[in-house]
Write a protein that binds this ligand. Structure first.
Ligand code: HEC
Length: 205
């Protein structure tokens, strides 16, 4: 039985090889006529597919809390114990060796939103959702204003936790979990905290 199968496969291969030259020639003629736009379209199709694949992988890799928060209301669904949720999220927070308050206030400011670039920053980008430095007028209102933040008497450690993993404080918040997802390093977050709690930073003046 195996032998018969093998012979069949070989015969099939032989046929394929034998047919190839003509098939190739036909292909060449077609290729010459194929308009560029069509080729571009095919390329785009490939790119699109890989993006879909990436999205599928990201979906499959969602942790249980991300799954719970992925609902149209973006609220914690009923039946989920919020205290357990917060505890598990808090356990993911890693502090840098120097503690939650860094030393480089200027770097913190740049990560929060560079005043020289109208408040933009590639990774922190806090002005997308928050207002802060009164000189930066293009600021978002998805999150509360952070103007005068240091005067509220919030523990800098809590500010650090909020930026590292906002879900440790407010489950399912739309505030990105910048440390948890590795967008910012612990040291970078500590510098943002230093900027936010410095009484002389424009945020607090
Ligand atoms: C995509 C929008 C978004 C971005 C970007 C964002 N946040 Fe938030 N942030 C929010 C929302 C929404 C809240 C309110 C809900 C909550 O408490 O989680 C919030 C809350 C906060 C709070 C608590 C405010 C208060 O009044 O207690 C702090 C502090 C904060 N964000 C800091 C930051 C910093 C620092 C950055 C940049 C590194 C940042 N956020 C980036 C959306 C965002």
């Amino acid at each position: 039985m195996k032998k018969i199968l093998a012979v069949g496969v070989f015969a099939g291969l032989g046929l394929l090889v034998a047919c190839q030259p003509t098939a190739q020639q036909a292909g060449k003629a077609e290729k010459a006529e194929a308009p560029k736009a069509e080729k571009m379209e095919a390329k785009k199709e490939k790119k699109k597919l890989s993006k879909t694949e990436k999205f599928k992988i990201a979906l499959a890799n969602q942790d249980k809390w991300q799954k719970a928060c992925s609902n149209p209301m973006q609220l914690v669904p009923q039946g989920i114990d919020i205290e357990t949720f917060k505890k598990e999220m808090l356990a993911t927070v890693k502090f840098p060796p120097g503690g939650p308050v860094g030393k480089d206030v200027k770097r913190g400011e740049k990560l929060f939103g560079d005043p020289k670039k109208g408040g933009r920053s590639r990774r922190g980008n806090c002005y997308a959702c928050h207002c802060g430095d009164p000189n930066i007028i293009a600021c978002g209102n998805i999150g509360p204003s952070l103007r005068g933040y240091a005067k509220r008497g919030i523990d800098p450690k809590d500010t650090y936790i909020r930026i590292y993993n906002s879900w440790a404080i407010n489950p399912c918040s739309t505030m990105p979990r910048l440390g948890y997802h590795g967008v910012l390093t612990p040291e970078e977050i500590a510098d943002i905290v230093a900027y936010m709690h410095d009484p002389n930073s424009p945020l607090n003046r």
